[in-house]
Ligand binder design. Structure first.
Ligand SMILES: [Zn+2]
Ligand SMILES: [Zn+2]
Length: 106
């Protein structure tokens, strides 16, 4: 049910299907018909949710370790079995900033 915005009377569609007020003759021809255009504007799901992955993928696991050379506190490490298999592997750090390498002190 539509009511005339001008006088509030009930509006009825005319022969063309355009809502027209019986009381004051107000017609929705200029307003409602516009609604039938632009319906095809779809709401596409955004593809912008690409995850940011792999920033430090090539550097191995990151740890907080102070570089003895430059003082940077982020490094990567790798474990190396230096002596016999009975001993714990030694961690070798690589500074993320200056690429300095040093071994873990134990
Ligand atoms: Zn009216
Ligand atoms: Zn460093």
């Amino acid at each position: 049910m539509e009511f005339c915005p001008e006088c509030g009377s009930m509006m009825m569609p005319d022969e063309d299907g355009i809502l027209t007020c019986n009381s004051c003759g107000h017609s929705d021809a200029n307003t409602n018909t516009a609604d039938y255009e632009g319906i095809s504007i779809g709401e596409h799901e955004s593809e912008d949710t690409v995850k940011m992955l792999g920033e430090d993928v090539d550097l191995g696991p990151g740890v907080t370790e102070i570089c003895p050379k430059c003082g940077h506190d982020k490094a990567t490490y790798e474990l190396k079995q230096t002596r016999s298999a009975d001993e714990a592997p030694t961690r070798f750090f690589t500074c993320k900033k200056c690429k300095h390498k040093w071994r873990e002190y134990d």
